[in-house]
Design a protein around this ligand. Structure first.
Ligand SMILES: Nc1ncnc2c1ncn2[C@@H]1O[C@H](COP(=O)(O)OP(=O)(O)OP(=O)(O)O)[C@@H](O)[C@H]1O
Length: 451
């Protein structure tokens, strides 16, 4: 079905009676109408088109006289697209089911016989609510990670990265973000999503390194009821959950080989099969991957598939480490100072020694490390001044020689002097130093002084 340009609302009608379906179709002249007469078609339409509003006849085949199938379809719709406004349509005397459906999460119910005005009023109201909720979600999301607005940078290196992100964002090309830990890979993946036509849909992130291998498959692809012990109900995976939006596969270099094959197939055909299932499900998702590892090394030793590498890296964006971004560390430090002072409710400033330490340090943990150090220093600060030592960086300790080294130096000097005065007579030197002869021998050996 194509969307006429003037119609940007869509609705799914789930109704097994063709006559009634036709009648209902004409109730929604301003909508693009998708239709389904049974459970499979209904769920397929939901996955493909994500209609914000659905009317669902509870009596569906194979047992149209009963509400069981309808109730099951309702919970499946709500588990894979919980934001959908489902209006259940019931026959006379099925009020009990209607109330149960609302309890389960249906938006409203409507009792046959059909009255076009009433039904279209209920649907319009549901659509408006859905629109409002969607706008709220979008605003909340863009406040947290608005396009490139959450990204602080002043270096030419990052200006180059931002230019690339702005060009690649609106396209559908698969993008690989390469950068060390904490350099902002997820932040940039969100920026790519926010710049794309998918911005109003979900951005779903999954860290392939953080989930045990045996759980990762079901996490990504979902599972059918009974697929394994504990699989009590059919559960969609992250890929399905991200339908229409963007899936961010972080640490893709840690994806086990058998899942690399499954992801590759998904990228080639846009089809997934849930764990324990047979049905092939079409899912429209944009994939963005990231890693801190050198994938060509992994390809060489057979731990990463070369064909998958080329699939996920139509465009590769290299994110420089913080120490390679001229001037960024201090700009970011001031940004985090402002953010966390506001959040914690304190007023703090970085003194000269702190600014110098921030600029000199190489930040192995990159922006995340800098953020944590500043946050900690604000929390611990007593007088509103943040000095180099408050940042607890390895190089920011005051210039003090170690006590052990001072002691050792003094000991050596005393030994040399005593041996000199006693004309290298060990027993005399031992007396002068007030130690036994064996102790003096040990000390002389320790300091490499010949007697
Ligand atoms: N340029 C930036 N401006 C402002 N904040 C940033 C910037 N880059 C990163 N951050 C912040 O630094 C933290 C780490 O960023 P992010 O999680 O995107 O890094 P990552 O590379 O995905 O990390 P990991 O390698 O651990 O997955 C986040 O709190 C993020 O908001």
């Amino acid at each position: 079905m194509t969307f006429p340009p003037e119609k940007n609302r869509s609705i799914l009608i789930v109704e097994d009676d063709p006559g009634l379906l036709k009648q209902m179709y004409w109730c929604f002249p301003d909508y693009v109408v998708f239709e389904a007469g049974d459970r499979e078609t209904a769920l397929d339409q939901v996955r493909r088109h994500r209609p914000p509003v659905i009317t669902l006849d509870l009596g569906l085949p194979p047992d149209s006289a009963n509400a069981t199938v309808g109730m099951e379809v309702l919970s499946e719709i709500l588990s894979c697209a919980p934001e959908t406004k489902v209006i259940v349509v019931t026959g006379n005397g099925e009020r009990e089911y209607a109330l149960k459906a609302v309890e389960l999460g249906a938006y409203d119910f409507y009792q046959k016989p059909m009255e076009p005005d009433v039904l279209s009023l209920i649907v319009d109201r549901a659509y408006k609510l859905s629109e409002l909720e969607q706008e709220n979600r979008r605003l909340a999301e863009s406040n947290r990670h608005g396009e490139l607005s959450g990204l602080v940078a002043s270096s030419p290196q990052m200006a180059e990265v931002c230019r690339m992100v702005e060009k690649v964002g609106p396209t559908e090309v698969s993008t690989l973000l390469l950068g060390a830990t904490g350099t902002g890979k997820e932040l940039l993946a969100r920026a790519l999503h926010n710049l794309s036509p998918r911005r109003n849909e979900l951005f779903v992130a999954i860290n392939c390194a953080a989930i045990p291998d045996n759980l990762l498959e079901s996490e990504l692809f979902g599972y059918e009821k009974g697929a394994f012990t504990g699989a009590q109900k059919r559960t969609p995976g992250k890929i399905e959950y991200a339908a229409g939006g963007t899936l961010f596969l972080d640490e893709i270099g840690d994806l086990p080989l058998h899942l690399q094959a499954k992801i590759l197939r998904f990228l080639q055909e846009r089809l997934i099969v849930r764990v324990g299932g047979r049905e092939e499900i079409q899912v429209d998702v944009r994939i963005i991957c990231a890693t801190h590892q050198d994938l060509s090394d992994k390809i060489e030793i057979g731990q990463f598939r070369e064909d998958l590498y080329y699939r996920i890296s139509e465009i590769t964006i290299h994110i420089p480490s913080l120490h390679e971004r001229s001037g960024d560390s201090i700009v970011l430090a001031k940004h985090f100072l402002e953010v966390y002072c506001r959040e914690i409710g304190k007023t703090c400033r970085l003194d000269k020694s702190a600014i110098a330490a921030i600029e000199e340090y190489t930040w192995p943990g990159n922006i995340r490390e800098l953020e944590n150090k500043i946050k900690r220093a604000i929390i611990m600060s007593e007088d509103g001044q943040i000095r180099n030592i408050d940042l607890e960086l390895p190089d920011s300790k005051p210039d003090m020689p170690e006590l052990r080294a001072i002691r050792s130096d003094a000991e050596r000097q005393a030994l040399v002097k005593a041996m000199d005065i006693s004309n290298f007579k060990v027993s005399r030197a031992a007396k002068l130093l007030n130690v036994s002869r064996p102790t003096l021998y040990d000390l002389l050996e320790k300091h490499g002084i010949k007697n």
